[in-house]
Design a protein around this ligand. Sequence first.
Ligand SMILES: [Zn+2]
Length: 318
Amino acid sequence: MSVALSTAAPSLFEDVACYGCGRPGGRAFIDAQDDLTGKAGTFHFVICETCGLAFQNPRVSLDHIRGFYDDDYIAHRKTNWGLLNAAFNRAMNQLDAAKDRIVSRYVGLNASSAVLDVGCGVGTFLQRLRQRYGAAVTGVDFKNLASYPALQGTEFHCGLFYEAALADRRFDLVTMWHFLEHDYDPLHSLRTAHRVLKRGGHLVIEVPRLDSFTFWLFRDRWPGLQAPQHTVLYDRTHLLQFMERAGLEVVDYLPYGAFPAYFYLFTGTAFLMLKGRGLNLKRAIYPYFLGRVLMAPVLAFEKHLNLAMQTVVCRRPQ
Ligand SMILES: [Zn+2]
């Protein structure tokens, strides 16, 4: 299913109050287009006049947003990339390895570990943890991806995280890789993560960082806007405030993530040139890998440059 905004009924959109403090409205911040796919429509982000949180308002209603996570959605695609299949698969493995490296700094995973990945997508990260550590793995995703091979052998819950039937104090580790910025009720999700974590268990969250170099550079073409899917744009301050509100103890904060900042440098440049016409991923993949090679000297310092991503590591208090 896909949604054509040009012919859509007004009920496609709904007003939303600030996700942090509940204040309705907000002053205009930035207007964005669906730069990734080129679907029609302009989407508005506002800044809360009480707490300063940046969020999309109005937003596409939950019933309608599903159409924006169709089979072409970038995180789920099964495209045949031709000669670059191997390079694409290697990039995906590298992403899972980078996630593994981040969590392994805080949590010693082993065969008795229980791990939950919220917004698990096709499940390759969980598959890695199961194969490498023997961990018991569980995934939740809004979209039913249970037929994907990596999810075989994984307990999978399709639907909203805070509605999933998961027992209290069950997990040693909960991860949210680029989930929270899509969430329609992030505080509810964080409190749910708190509930399902064991005491002392860890929560690792990666989201795009609003107060980053790439936002400064690309502004209304910043890939981190990802309209209409992204509901909230977190800067460091607001991300940490959300953890506090959910009763989580912040263990560490990283000005980078597992997801490569280079993706934002490349797509942001492309979005500036395409002006909302949508990115043809098949055509873009050669310049993508070429650019990555050329930028390697800069990317070597990615963890120190605050380019695009942020990761917060939290713990449920004892
Ligand atoms: Zn607010």
